[in-house]
Design a protein around this ligand. Structure first.
Ligand SMILES: Nc1nc2c(ncn2[C@@H]2O[C@H](COP(=O)(O)OP(=O)(O)OP(=O)(O)O)[C@@H](O)[C@H]2O)c(=O)[nH]1
Ligand SMILES: [Mg+2]
Length: 439
């Protein structure tokens, strides 16, 4: 996977640019349900965010989730102009939000001219259809937003193929809704087989064929990268993992002098990069890969199997955490859960708390409580953030894994990080194991 990073010309692929497809499906993909639902957000568009949190979720947490969604929307290229929140025990089965809230959103969309509405969860095909019919603008759910960002970022053949697979898998169940909707407009009943249905079947078949084709292509690409990986056995493999935007690529660049794209956007890295690093004469392979995020659709994880192999096949995981983020503990849990999902949870791990330069206990006191080991009785009560020393002590005591606090930006404690890596890599791969391959 690592080596094939030759960029294809068409790096911002989206379903509208599908080549070799039957014109009709290509058209559907390009235009979406008349309103370009399936198109990548490329130019400045204005977006409205909608979240439906559980009734007992703290306000601060709801705002944080919306901040993250806004960050995702901005990464995709949209400007967020309004946020709507409705607390429900569970989302409305028909329109996700209740009737009153829907009217409110509709009024806002109409008067502001917003071009899309983004939901912080996944919508069922019928919810998507109903919302489109009501709001008459582009409806984007969490999966589609993330797939769009991945599509903009994917450079290698593998990453692009994975994204395309994810796009078609997203589209397949939604073809039904799309055409059932049209059938109803034509007056066709549920049991009636109108002309639309033959068309759906054809479209579905074309999409399914494309999915099988892409899966085959991924298998071939996997074989190639497997051969590449075999040629580099004999060296410990270390993978940087973590929530998105925590500084994985920055650390990769620092340790390997690689030139990996790092920036303050979510999912700056979608392809994985592998570099040989030699620290204190101890060589190992370091890989930087896609970040995780809460509510990452399982489907998307599945289509990114090849990229995640880099993590699955690693001997040691370096779990990077942005300690300056108010929700860093939740991020740790999300990463650990995702690692479990991909069967990579039982590997040796180093926990690296990054961005200590930005960690400011005072500045965050207004935020929310809920730090592990601190007062958690009332999530809404402002609790002071613990000091770095307190955090260090808590984590050292709690975890069996080694913990280190650094600032990749200010190069603080980087020598300690290097030493820690050397110690662990040499323990995993004693020097004699390199005798035949080192050089
Ligand atoms: N203040 C501060 N910022 C940092 C530090 N390390 C990285 N950053 C910044 O954090 C942002 C994200 O860094 P990346 O290295 O791209 O993060 P990543 O984990 O690779 O992100 P994805 O690839 O998007 O998952 C960039 O703007 C970095 O400059 C640090 O120690 N302190
Ligand atoms: Mg990155």
């Amino acid at each position: 996977m690592a080596k094939e990073s030759k960029p294809r010309q068409n790096s911002a692929r989206h379903p509208g640019q599908t080549d070799g497809l039957k014109p009709r499906v290509a058209r559907i993909l390009a235009k979406g349900n008349k309103e370009a639902t399936y198109e990548t957000t490329s130019e400045a568009e204005t977006a409205v965010l909608v979240a439906v949190p559980e009734k007992r979720q703290a306000d601060a947490r709801t705002q944080e989730y919306l901040d993250e969604l806004a960050f995702l929307a901005e990464t995709a290229g949209a400007t967020v102009t309004q946020r709507f929140v409705q607390r429900l025990d569970k989302p409305d089965i028909r329109t996700f939000v209740g009737e009153g809230k829907l009217e409110e959103i509709k009024a806002y969309v109409q008067h502001s001219g917003a071009s899309m509405v983004i939901f912080d969860d996944d919508l069922s095909p019928s919810q998507l259809r109903n919302l489109e019919a009501e709001l008459r603008v582009k409806i984007v759910d969490r999966s589609l937003l993330i797939i769009d960002i991945f599509a903009q970022r994917a450079k290698s053949a593998t990453a692009q193929t994975q994204v395309e697979l994810a796009q078609y898998q997203y589209l397949l169940p939604r073809l039904t809704g799309l055409w059932t909707h049209l059938d109803k407009q034509r007056g066709g009943g549920v049991a009636q087989r109108g002309p639309g249905e033959t068309e759906i079947e054809t479209d579905r078949r074309v999409v399914r064929d494309r999915i099988s084709f892409l899966k085959e292509r991924l298998k071939d690409l996997d074989k190639q990268s497997h051969t590449q990986r075999k040629s580099r056995t004999g060296m410990a493999r270390v993978a940087l993992v973590g929530y998105t935007n925590v500084g994985k690529s920055t650390i990769m660049n620092l340790l390997s002098r690689a030139d990996v794209f790092a920036e303050n956007k979510l999912f700056a890295t979608v392809d994985s990069t592998v570099r040989k690093v030699v620290l204190d004469t101890v060589p190992f392979l370091l890989s930087d890969t896609v970040g995780f995020i809460r509510k990452l659709p399982t489907r998307l994880i599945e289509s990114f199997k090849s990229t995640l192999d880099e993590i699955r096949e690693a001997d040691l995981l370096v779990h990077v955490v942005d300690i300056s983020h108010p929700s860093f503990e939740e991020h740790i849990a999300v990463v650990n859960d995702t690692l479990k999902d991909i069967q990579a949870a039982d590997k040796p791990m180093l926990l690296v708390f990054n961005k200590i330069d930005q960690y400011n206990p005072e500045a965050e006191t207004e935020h929310h409580g809920g730090f592990e080991g601190m007062n958690q009785d009332d999530e809404d009560a402002p609790t002071p953030r613990p000091s770095l020393e307190q955090l260090k002590a808590t984590y050292m005591a709690k975890l069996h894994d080694p913990v280190i606090f650094i600032s990749a930006k200010n190069r603080e404690n980087i020598d300690e990080l290097r030493a820690l890596l050397v110690r662990h890599v040499s323990a995993l791969y004693p020097a004699d194991r390199y005798s035949s391959t080192n050089g």
